[in-house]
Design a protein around this ligand. Structure first.
Ligand code: 13P
Length: 245
């Protein structure tokens, strides 16, 4: 499965939902999956707009528990109830801002799977880790620690997002992306077997670089931040991915 996923992060008010209507009009009938993960406050409204269209709606995070005394948190069950079909877990901004460890990400992934939603599990090295030559070791450890047993291509998507490439306009070289994706493919195949999982690249993806990134082996789509906020930027990224199917 190929997937063009947009992560709106902490951006978006009701007044921005017009972008979603423009996006739906612009993507037509794509050959890939298309997803927007808005702030939790917009999932319900965006899901109504996306009814009977190719657009899927997802959450950006969830709590590991289904309900309870966790002020301010949102559970996977609540996201599903609001209309989400995917949930991003372990984004580097969650890992950095909220101290999320691999063990926490694993528990959240289990919570997403328990609700029958698809988990998009994020991994990626910092600039210091890359400079130290630790990229594959870091990504390997995150994969090992963040994914529960029993993951399949139907339930889990993995996103490689180098922390230093997020929101910076800097992207790894195509060789660097291909190297990490080949490594992830091999690690996941060795542990889980079965059909190959969808592997996304994320970090400063934009219309001008999407085509060359999507042409790489083992890249099955993108997790897009800034360029997913505007239909005029995200629709060409969707089209570039759809053209590879
Ligand atoms: P940018 O596309 O803005 O670099 O963000 C990437 C990202 O973090 C998506 O989850």
């Amino acid at each position: 499965m190929k997937l063009a996923a947009g992560n709106w992060k902490m951006n978006g008010l009701g007044s921005n939902l017009g972008e979603v209507q423009r996006l739906i009009a612009a993507i037509g009938d794509p050959k890939c999956q298309v997803l927007i993960c808005p702030p939790a406050t917009l999932i319900d409204r965006m899901s109504i707009l996306a009814l009977d269209t190719p657009l899927h709606v997802g959450g950006q995070d969830c709590h590991a528990k289904t309900s309870g005394a966790h002020t301010g948190d949102v559970s996977a069950a609540m996201l599903a109830n609001a209309g989400a079909s995917y949930v991003i877990v372990g984004h580097s901004e969650r890992r950095a801002d909220h101290g999320e460890t691999d063990a926490i990400v694993l528990a959240k992934t289990q919570a997403v799977l328990a609700e029958g939603l698809i988990a998009i599990v994020c991994v990626g090295e910092t600039e210091a880790q890359r400079d130290a030559g630790d990229t594959l070791a870091v990504v390997g450890a995150q994969l090992a620690g963040s994914l529960p047993n029993g993951c399949t291509a139907d339930t889990v998507v993995v996103a490689y997002e180098p922390v230093w490439a997020i929101g910076t306009g800097r992207t790894p070289t195509l060789e660097q992306i291909a190297e990490v994706h080949a490594f992830m493919r091999a690690e996941l195949a060795a542990r889980f077997g079965g059909a190959p999982m969808t592997l996304l690249y994320g970090g400063s993806v934009k219309p001008s670089n999407a085509e060359e990134i999507f042409a790489l082996p083992n890249v099955d789509g993108a997790l897009v931040g800034g360029a997913a906020l505007k239909a005029a930027d995200f629709a060409p990224i969707v089209a570039a991915l759809s053209a590879t199917v």
